[in-house]
Ligand binder design. Sequence first.
Ligand SMILES: [Fe+2]
Length: 225
Amino acid sequence: MPIAVQPIFPTLIATGQLDNYRRYRPDLNKAFEEDKQSGQWITNTVSDKACHSLCPNEKDEDGLNASDGIKNNLKGFISDLTKEVSRFAYFNYGIDKSRCDWLCNVAWLNEIENGGFQYKHNHTNSFLSLIYYLDTPPDEAKTRFHRPHCDMRPTMSFEADRYHDGNFEYVIPNMAKDTFIVFPSYLHHEVPIMTSGKDGKPRRTFACNFIPNRIDTSSYILELK
Ligand SMILES: [Fe+2]
């Protein structure tokens, strides 16, 4: 008999704000400017009102695949985010940060104008992902996370009203400017179409993926090369 995955508990995600977040805003702005000027900036294949920085599919000396704008300006920022992700991993997976190094292996910038959207997707090639909110038009274009699609029949039936508070079809965390969210990469998510960014200000975010780079168990050490 094939296995049937049973999603009996809510998925753990984390939200937060860096203590020194003000320090990184000029660096983030500069990264956007550099990538747009250098042409490392591409239009989304589904929505022509959404653009992203280019990921060249080449790792640098830190194992990061990202545009030059990110590599030139955001290494300190990514280092601070990696510390937060390590804390989350401890709570989510029980992997003590002294026994596991987390590596940000891909990072990119996103910009969505009025009428743009990000189609539903997940980051299946990774473990943990992060979205950092730079500019969020009021009441607009927050990320929508979908409940994992698992067939619970016949073992369980899903009755949203009678189950528990965390079990909705989707959740839209109300993220403010200069905050971030960490989530398991398998979670499907999307950005609904932007309809109120009429003042000309786009939605801008930084996003990245994390993988465990080194795991030290009591009996062996696993390292990615
Ligand atoms: Fe995504």
